[in-house]
Structure formats: structure tokens, C-alpha cells
Design a protein. Sequence first.
Length: 162
Amino acid sequence: MRQHVATTSFKRTTYSDSAASDKPAEAAVGRIFGMTTTNLPLGNFSVSLSVADLAASRAFYEQLGFVLFPGVTADNMVILRNGSATIGLFQGMFEGNLLTFNPGWDEQGAPLEEFLDVREIQGRLRAAGIRPTLEADESGIGPAALMMTDPDGNVILIDQHV
């Protein structure tokens, strides 16, 4: 089992629930779930694609204008960017495609000084009635992940690396 010891000094921030929004739809979401989109920051977003042939998939997406994200490669995965769009291509690592959020990272994959820790996100989701299918260890610190499935069967991964 791999063990990680946190050696960074990043500040995890707990955002307080704000008063009802002046936007009716957002206020309704806040009343139903006890939160709004403005106080549950999930971090950097990308789409993680499960691919059969990494080289062929990479070549295809490069023809669409995606370029290799520097510093993030392995034998069975690559991260590609096109403007602000990020996709990860993963061969043999998981089934199906994932919507991925990375708390603690900005759009460029750089660590943020302040962010909402994945364990806080998990607690708020549970409080809203959303049950993860994979849960982060709430007694831990640093990297952790949780997964859930939306009502249409789309899998969402919240994967904190810092």
C-alpha cells in the first residue's frame, strides 16, 4: 500500500454558506441542497477518457488541436490541453469515461494556496443527500479521492492530488 506524507503548507479553506442568491434558480438549488455553485468549488475540471489504444487516441486528439500537457505522462496515460479544455487519456486504468475535478489545482494544474479539501466536499455532498460510491478517508490529510454517479449514470471523480 502506498503511503503519502503531506509536506506542503497549503491552506485548506472551509467556505461558509452565503445568503440566498439574487438569482432565483441558484437560490432554489441552495434551498434544496443547502449550497450553491459559488460555495462548493470542486477545482480544476477535465474529462478522463478510457481508451483502447493510447497512441491512436493521442494522435486523434492532437489532430483536433490538443497538445501534450508538460510533465504529466506515463506508459498508460497522457494529459492533453486545447485552450482551457483538458482531457486525460487512460489505457487500462478504469472502465468508462469520467468527469474529473481536482481540488487544490488551478486550470494549469498548479497548486492553489487555498482550496476546499476533498473531505469537506464529501461532507457537504453527504449532507445534501448525495452518497459517494467511493469515499475519501475522512481521518486523512492530503491526496484523496471520492466518486459518485449522477442520475444519468455519468461517473464523477473528485481527485485531490495535494
